[in-house]
Ligand binder design. Structure first.
Ligand code: NAD
Ligand code: UFG
Length: 339
C-alpha cells in the first residue's frame, strides 16, 4: 500500500485525516513542527486505529531536515496541511505568514521534485472566492478579492502549484477548497485544540459551554441574510478527512493534472442557527451578545459540492447536529484540549 507524507498531520484536520488514512490501509508519515499542535494527538491517532505511523518533528522551512525525511521514506504522495491559519494574526504578521506558508511549500515541493514525488493534495480554502460572485459557490466561480495575508497565501499557493504542473505535466495537483470544518472524531479522543482565545465560532462556543469563556460575541446581526448573521457551510472534520482519502484514490488513477474541488455540505447555516443547533443537540444554553461586524467577514459562503460527488465519489455524511454533538463530546472530555 502507498505511503503518504502528511505535513501538519498533528493538527486538527491532519490528525483526523491520519485516522482515515490508516483505516484505509495507507502507511502514514507525518512531519509537523508542533507550532500549533501536540504530539499527543498522534499518540491518540495510533490508539484509535491500533496502527503505527512515523512521526518527524521538523519544520518545512528546514530544508536539510526535509531532505532527510525524503531520503529515509519512500513517499508516494503528499497531503500538505502544514501552515499558519489565523486570519487576524496574519494581518499583524504578514512576513511570518508568507514565509511559513509560501517558503515552506516551495521547500516541500523542491524536495518532492528531487525525490521524484509528484503528487500533492493541498489544503486550500473557500477564502479564495472572496465575497463570492455566485452562491452556492461552484469551482467555476471566479476567485475573489481576498481580504487578508493568510487567505492570500492560499490563493498564491494554488497558483504556484498550478504553475508547477504547467512546467512538468507529470505533476498531480489536487486543490481542495475547504469550507468550515468543525466537529471531532466520534470517540471524543481527538479534536480541535486552539491555542489561546479561539478565533473560530465552534471552539468559542464549546469553550463557553465548558465554562472556560463567559460569553460568545456574535459578530454582526445586520447582514443581508435571513436572520442578519453570517451564513457558512460547516462540514464535519471526519467528512473532510475522508475527502482526502477519495482525492488520493482519484489521483492514483490519473496521469497528471490539476483538479479543484469544493469540500462542503452545500448547506448554509447562520451563526444563530449554529448556536441553536448546538444548544439543542447538547441540551445546554450558550450565553451570547451581538457585537460589531468583524472586519473581512463575508455575509454568506456556502458551496455546491456536486463536482466532488461526481468526480471523487465523495459526499458529506454528517449533519449539523452530529457536528455539534461531536464537538461537544471532544470538549467536555478534554476541557483543556491535549494539555
Ligand atoms: P492546524 O493549525 O491545526 O494544523 C496545521 C499544522 O501545521 C499544525 O500542526 C502546525 O504545527 C503545523 N505547521 C505549521 N507550520 C509548519 C511548518 N513550517 N513546518 C511544520 N509544521 C507546520 O490547522 P488545521 O485547521 O488542521 O488546518 C490544516 C490546513 O487546512 C491549513 O493549511 C489550513 O490553512 C487549512 N484550512 C483550514 C481551515 C479551518 O477552518 N480549519 C479552513 C480552510 C483551510
Ligand atoms: N463568529 C462569531 N463569533 C466568534 C467567531 C466567529 O460571530 O467568536 C462568526 C464569524 O463572524 C463568521 C462565522 O462565525 O460569521 C464563522 O466564523 P469562523 O471564524 O469560524 O470561520 P470563517 O468563515 O471566518 O473562516 C473560516 C476559516 C478560515 C477560512 C475561511 C474560508 O477559519 O481559515 O473559513 O471561508 F479562510
Amino acid at each position: 500500500m502507498a505511503t503518504i507524507l502528511v505535513t501538519g498531520g498533528a493538527g486538527y484536520i491532519g490528525s483526523h485525516t491520519c485516522v482515515e488514512l490508516l483505516e484505509a490501509g495507507y502507511d502514514v508519515v507525518v512531519v509537523d513542527n508542533l507550532c500549533n499542535s501536540s504530539r499527543e494527538s498522534l499518540r491518540r491517532v495510533e490508539e484509535l486505529t491500533g496502527k503505527k505511523l512515523t512521526f518527524y518533528e521538523a519544520d518545512l522551512l528546514d530544508r536539510e531536515a526535509m531532505e532527510r525525511i525524503f531520503d529515509n521514506e519512500r513517499v508516494d504522495a503528499v497531503i500538505h496541511f502544514a501552515g499558519l491559519k489565523a486570519v487576524g494574526e496574519s494581518v499583524c504578521k504578514p512576513l511570518e505568514y508568507y514565509h511559513n506558508n509560501i517558503t515552506g511549500t516551495l521547500i516541500l515541493c523542491d524536495c518532492m521534485r528531487r525525490h521524484g514525488v509528484k503528487s500533492i493534495v493541498f489544503s486550500s480554502s473557500a477564502t479564495v472566492y472572496g465575497d463570492p460572485a455566485i452562491i452556492p459557490i461552484t469551482e467555476e466561480c471566479p476567485k475573489g478579492e481576498i481580504t487578508n495575508p493568510y487567505g492570500r497565501t492560499k490563493g498564491m499557493l494554488e497558483q504556484i502549484l498550478t504553475d508547477l504542473h504547467t512546467a512538468d505535466p507529470d505533476w498531480k495537483v489536487m486543490l481542495l477548497r475547504y469550507f468550515n470544518p468543525i466537529g471531532a472524531h466520534k470517540s471524543g479522543r481527538i479534536g480541535e485544540n486552539p491555542r489561546g482565545i479561539p478565533n473560530n465560532l465552534l471552539p468559542y462556543i464549546t469553550q463557553v459551554a465548558v465554562g472556560r469563556l463567559v460569553c460568545l460575541g456574535v459578530f454582526g446581526n445586520d447582514y443581508d441574510t435571513p436572520d442578519g448573521t453570517c451564513v457558512r457551510d460547516y462540514i464535519h472534520v471526519v467528512d473532510l478527512a475522508n475527502g482526502h482519502v477519495k482525492a488520493l484514490a482519484k489521483m492514483a488513477g490519473e496521469q497528471g493534472g490539476v483538479w479543484i474541488y469544493n469540500l462542503g455540505t452545500g448547506v448554509g447555516y447562520s451563526v444563530l442557527d449554529v448556536i441553536n443547533a448546538f444548544e439543542e443537540a447538547n441540551d445546554l444554553k450558550i450565553n451570547y451578545v451581538f457585537k460589531e461586524r468583524r472586519a473581512g467577514d463575508v455575509p454568506a459562503c456556502y458551496c455546491d459540492p456536486s463536482k466532488a460527488e461526481r468526480e471523487l465519489g465523495w459526499k458529506a455524511r454528517y449533519g449539523i447536529r452530529e457536528m455539534c454533538e461531536d464537538a461537544w463530546r471532544w470538549q467536555k472530555t478534554n476541557p483543556k484540549g491535549y494539555e
